[in-house]
Ligand binder design. Structure first.
Ligand code: FAD
Length: 414
């Protein structure tokens, strides 16, 4: 490795994706830095708020490979079944862990819980310099490396050099904008209203995705009998929905969801997120790789954003460590191209599928409605179609890096 750099790899962004990358690479002889604008444990860090994150079964395996699963399992509620239905219509589809031969289709934890586990592990990674709070204010690259200028709490700028810069700095990525990387981006005119409710009947590990006239509504099983709610509403209705008092909010939610879980009794705090799709056209550039929301920000309809980002992390860890073990430059073009070639197809497919779902299930036109109901019936009736859908949703399709097989990355100690 080039000793002229301050670090082999510098990560901008300590959200779920950047933190996972630092943990995945720690302990393999690389000099690592993680820079974030928020101090460790800052409760205001937006990526670690109270939104519920559905972790696919494939993400569990990656966390197993990182040795983090025991801590996460203590926080996460398993998803045993997923029911997909269209309100007021005949289509209905069901995926079950038993049919797929896995202990759970996925797990639900809040981003805050995930953040606590990731940050506790990061603190124990002696080879990761966690530089925070510090904001990246300039980035430059040349053939030999990347240079990152930071502004810390003391206001003094300083510049650090690295062989490879990983930008996991979120949907509004400073690095992406600074390097002028073009994106495909559109908004849906929708926002996600997120909260949790307590239903009368136990959820028994069931997740529900219900498509309503005003947009999709997801209920995910949580601890203490609660369900996380992700309710997609059109932007013009957002103010009204957020402004409802608790009783009126519960009544509106109940009208859309029905009584499958009995009456909803209690509701937690509400938050909203504008929805968009963003994909960077080139996820790698000389000495730079974009990850997580910086590379692709998805509609949460299929709960794929972080899961996809974590699979990207697992593949990048494998490419970087393979190069490092062979004594090659980890920021060389060949390493970045190998990563891009590996991940590009899945990134495109997941973005397309998520966007297609968001559009299809927000569209009230009769032919589309009939089509999607028939599609759901087909998935329910044809075990092969159901199995393929489940494998994809669990992140188990395609080439799997070691981490995604639940194994530690190569180069691990004895
Ligand atoms: C309502 C909702 C529900 C969702 N549900 C799911 C789900 O069920 N399953 C799923 O897989 N995904 C889900 N997602 C998507 C998931 O939340 C995101 O994919 C994930 O949070 C992205 O993490 P990230 O680390 O890429 O970005 P972020 O969390 O945005 O982290 C970026 C970090 O970069 C730092 N930063 C930014 N700029 C700078 C700078 N200039 N200098 C230094 N630091 C900087 C920030 O402080 C921040 O900590 C959901 C999203 C929403 C909105």
């Amino acid at each position: 490795m080039n000793g002229a750099h301050d670090y082999d790899l510098l990560i901008v962004g300590g959200g779920m994706v950047g933190a996972s990358l630092a943990i995945g690479l720690s302990g393999r002889g690389l000099r690592l830095a993680l820079v974030d604008a928020h101090a460790p444990g800052d409760p205001a860090q937006p990526g670690y708020d109270d939104r519920a994150i559905a972790l696919a079964y494939g993400s569990r395996r990656i966390f197993e490979g990182m040795g983090l699963w025991p801590e996460l399992a203590a926080e996460a509620e398993p998803i045993c079944d997923i029911h997909v239905s269209d309100r007021g219509h005949f289509g209905f589809s069901r995926l079950s862990a038993r049919d797929e031969g896995v202990p759970a289709l996925g797990y639900v934890a809040t981003a805050r819980q995930l953040g606590q586990v990731l940050q506790a592990r990061l603190r124990a990674c002696a080879d990761v310099d966690w530089i925070a709070p510090a904001e990246v204010v300039a980035v430059a690259q040349d053939d030999l490396g990347a240079q990152v200028t930071l502004q810390g709490a003391d206001g003094e700028p300083r510049t650090l050099g690295c062989a490879l810069l990983a930008a996991a700095d979120g949907g509004r990525s400073f690095v992406r904008r600074q390097l002028d990387l073009p994106v495909r981006q559109w908004t849906y005119g929708q926002s996600a209203v997120v909260t949790n409710v307590t239903p009368e009947r136990p959820h028994r590990g069931r997740a529900f995705e219900r498509f309503t006239d005003s947009g999709p509504l997801a209920l995910l099983p949580m601890s203490e009998g609660r369900c996380a709610v992700v309710w997609t509403v059109r932007d013009e209705a957002l103010e009204h929905v957020i402004g409802l008092d608790d009783a009126a909010f519960l009544a509106a939610l109940q009208a859309r969801f029905g009584y499958r879980l009995g009456r909803f009794t209690r509701v937690g705090r509400r938050a909203s997120y504008p929805l968009q799709l963003l994909r960077v056209r080139e996820s790698v550039r000389r000495r730079v790789v974009l990850l997580g929301n910086a590379a692709h920000t998805l509609h949460p309809i299929a709960g794929q954003g972080f899961n996809l980002g974590l699979r990207d992390v697992a593949a990048l860890v494998e490419e970087v460590l393979t190069a490092h073990r062979a004594g090659r430059d980890i920021g060389a073009d060949e390493v970045l191209q190998a990563y891009r070639d590996w991940r590009e197809d899945e990134q495109r497919q997941v973005a397309l599928a998520t966007d297609g779902l968001a559009r299809l299930f927000s569209n009230p036109l009769l032919p589309l409605r009939l089509g999607r109901n028939l599609g759901m019936l087909a998935v329910d009736l044809l075990p092969f179609a159901r199995h393929r859908l489940a494998r994809r949703a669990m992140g188990l399709a395609g080439r799997q890096p070691r981490l995604a097989r639940g194994l530690p990355p190569e180069g691990a100690g004895p």
